[in-house]
Ligand binder design. Sequence first.
Ligand SMILES: NC(=O)CC[C@H](N)C(=O)O
Length: 377
Amino acid sequence: MKAILALADGRVFHGRAFGAGGEITGEVVFNTSMTGYQEILTDPSYCGEIVTMTYPQIGNYGINLEDVESARPFLSAFVVKEVCEFPSNWRSKMSLDAYLKENGVIGIQGIDTRALVRHIRDKGAQTGIVSTIDLDPESLVAKARRAPSIVGRDLVREVTCSKPYHWSEGPWQLGQGYLGAEQAPRYKVVAYDFGIKRNILRNLVAKGCDVTVVPADTPAEDVLAMNPDGVFLSNGPGDPEPITYAQENIRKILGKKPVFGICLGHQLLSLALGGTTYKLKFGHRGGNQPVQRGEDRRVEITAQNHGFAVDGASIQNDAIQTHTNLNDNTVEGLEHKLLPAFSVQYHPEASPGPHDAAYLFDKFTAMMDRHKQECAE
Ligand SMILES: NC(=O)CC[C@H](N)C(=O)O
C-alpha cells in the first residue's frame, strides 16, 4: 500500500505503508541511534512527533515485551528506509509491523531518509503529515500547513499518569529479567511524571530509592506533605513553556527538597528559576551526542531526545552551567548556585544509549544525603 510523507514547506516523499493505516500530523524529527527502536517508540517524549530513523534498516531484532519505556508507543508516526520483515532474536515475540498495527501507529518505509534528514537539517524541523488515505501531495501539504505547531501546546497532559503509583522494578539482567530492589530503600523520592521513561525509575531503584510517581499537575503542597528526601522531574513531550502549573510547583519545592531534573524536567526547572527556553533548529535525538562536563572537562557520549533548549544567559544569575554540548555549544546541564537542585538536558538513563552519565543518579543520592544531614544539624 502506498503512503506519503509531506512537509509543511512543500517537500513530499513517496513511500510504502507499514504498521497501521491512516493519516496523522506531527513535528517531523530524526533520531540517529543505530539500535533501540523499541525504546524510542515507547518514549513518551515523542508524543506529537513523526520520528525518522537514520539507521537504514529497522526491525531486525523484532519486538520483545521487555524493552519498552512506557505502556505503549506515543509518537505520531514512524519513518524508515527499510523495515526488516524477518526479525531474528531470541527475545522477539512479534515483528515491528505487527506491533505498530496492534498499537495503531502509522509507519512509512521506502523513504530516502538521508534526503529527508538533510532537508530537516537545512530547513529545520517542521510540521508534516503521513497518510495512507489521501495520496494527493498538494492536499497533504495544505493539511500539514494547517496542522497545529508543537510550539505552545501542552502535550504533557496527554502522557502523564492519572493517579499516583509506586515503582519497585530495578534494572534488567541477562537470564533474570528485571530485578527488584537489591537493598532496603534508603531514600524516599517523589517523581513528577511529565512523560517518564521506565529506565529512569529503574535507575533510581538501583540507587536505593523508594519511588512514588505522581501526575504532572500534583500540587507542590501534596508532594511536600509526603515528606520525600528528594523530588525528581521527568522527561516529557513538547514545549516546556506552556507547562506553567509544573513551573509553579517546582518553584514551591525548590530549596525545601533536593531536586533532580532530566530533559523536560531540566527545562521546567530553568523556567521555574526565571530562565527562558527556545526551539532548536532540528534538535538532538540519538545516542551519540558529545557533552563536556565543565568541572573537569570530561567528555560523555550521551543519549538525547529534545527539540527545545535552555538559554544559558537567562539563568546565569541563579545557576552554573555544568555541561555543554560539543556539537553546538548549547546548555546540557545546570546546578543551582545555592539550593540543592541540578538538571541535565540529556538522558543519563540512556535506554537506548551509552551509560557514560549514569553517575548523575549517584549525584542525586549524595545531594539527598547532604540535605538530610543539614536538616538534622
Ligand atoms: N526528552 C524530553 O524530555 C524532551 C523535552 C522537550 N519535549 C523537548 O523536546 O525539548
